[in-house]
Write a protein that binds this ligand. Structure first.
Ligand SMILES: [Fe+2]
Length: 416
């Protein structure tokens, strides 16, 4: 009998060990949704010129109505400037844990190009950590940024964002020169579930307060635990970006310039957001053509989540291939970056444009993705996550893909 009890305990320990390895059950949230009096979920983005502005967002307890940012040029703390933040009450949808918090956002403007600033976000009377950012230089000879494929991890019962934490933290430590970072969609598993975002922000907290993050929306940002996909409201609330996209898609579609490069971000989620609409992609194609035609930069890059030249199963995205790709190719886009398939894949140039699928930075990988006939390079990162570094100098666009541990996986360049 005693032996049986020992065996039973051993079995229970083994089972609980397995559960931890797969991602512990989420800690229960109360109505504060994990927010406290102290600012957290600090994230830098741009809503205007990266040379002279910086947008800083954070959260704190609901009920705190006043927020501000104290900032000063590094080395000149005696001239601290205070900027008031806009505040908005964020409340969860009814399928999510019921609760709310205050979301703050402050747009710093009139900054000097190429200058390092220190800042402190404040909520009510409580100051957050001091961090710093650097504005874009006035005349940038070259710059680089890091691109992260799907960071989504786990599921409703086990959201372990450790892989994302390790990948983004290691990549930014390895490339401290990075001017900004981008995610290529599917940042989280369930985009309308606040616990997923808590874990995503927490995992990247060493990085997000000191380097701008320009996000691309994926299909998982539209998902909610209770019903079908919907407008990605949480994503839109958490990331303040350029509001220059088409009507009804502002915040999901936008563009900006950095150095000698123009960057346009699109929303490929027609199936989730507007399955019956012919206009959803058409409207973006029209916007993209105008946007790219007006862009006076040497290199042009486009980002959207779903792959027109897919590697995973039979994931055809015919509408995207037919609607968005011809515009990118006609307007001289050098590279279109995608996510979704969780593998690294680079096509041969197609009418002058290369399509680059940027792997996965989170825990999720597929075993059934494969090279297709359009690909010059393919790698399925089953062993560990990966990331992509893009460097743009005067006449050279250099793309390198790395494993999370820093192993070089692919090099591609455009010279013109
Ligand atoms: Fe996806």
């Amino acid at each position: 009998m005693g032996k049986n009890i020992v065996l039973l305990f051993s079995l229970l320990l083994l089972l609980s060990g397995n559960r931890t390895a797969a991602g512990a059950a989420p800690a229960p949230l109360n109505e504060n949704l994990g927010a406290s009096a102290r600012p957290d979920h600090v994230v830098l983005t741009w809503t205007d010129d990266p040379k002279t502005t910086q947008t800083i967002s954070w959260r704190a307890l609901a009920g705190i109505q006043n927020g501000s940012v104290l900032y000063f040029e590094a080395g000149t703390a005696s001239t601290t400037i205070t900027v008031s933040a806009a505040v908005k009450l964020f409340s969860t949808f009814n399928w999510d844990t019921k609760g709310s918090f205050s979301l703050f956002s402050a747009a710093l403007s009139g900054l000097k190009p190429g200058t390092r600033y220190k800042y402190i976000p404040v909520a009510g009377d409580t100051a957050g950590d001091e961090n710093s950012f650097t504005t874009e230089p006035a005349d940038e000879a070259s710059f680089s940024f890091l691109l992260f494929g799907d960071s989504q991890s786990g599921n409703r019962y086990g959201r372990d964002y450790g892989a994302w934490r390790k990948t983004v933290t290691a990549a930014c430590a390895r490339h401290p020169e990075t001017s900004f970072i981008m995610n290529c969609g599917d940042l989280v598993e369930t985009g309308q579930d606040v616990l997923d975002w808590n874990n995503w922000f927490e995992a990247a907290r060493e990085v997000l307060p000191s380097v701008a993050e320009m996000p691309v929306q994926g299909n998982h940002e539209t998902y909610n635990p209770a019903s079908g996909p919907a407008k990605p409201v949480y994503f839109l609330e958490f990331f303040k970006v350029f509001q220059n996209g088409p009507e009804n898609l502002k915040g999901q579609v936008y563009s900006f310039d950095y150095g000698n490069t123009h960057i346009a971000v699109l929303d490929s989620q027609k199936d989730e957001e507007a399955p019956k609409s012919d206009d959803f992609l058409k409207k973006q194609a029209e916007w993209l053509e105008k946007d790219l035609s007006a862009a006076a930069k040497h290199f042009k890059l486009v980002f959207f989540h779903k792959t027109p030249y897919f590697n995973k199963g039979k994931r055809g995205n015919e509408d995207i291939l037919r609607t968005l790709c011809p515009v990118a190719e006609k307007c001289g886009v050098d590279i279109v970056f995608n996510g979704h398939d969780h593998c690294l894949a680079r096509t041969f140039p197609i009418n002058g444009t290369v399509y680059y699928t940027c792997g996965r930075s989170g825990a999720k990988f597929y075993t059934d993705s494969a090279i297709n006939e359009s690909d010059e390079f393919f790698f399925n990162p089953k062993e560990q996550p990966c990331y992509v570094r893009i460097e743009a100098s005067k006449s050279l666009l250099l793309v390198k893909a790395f494993s999370s541990d820093g192993t070089l996986l692919d090099t591609y360049s455009v010279t013109k």
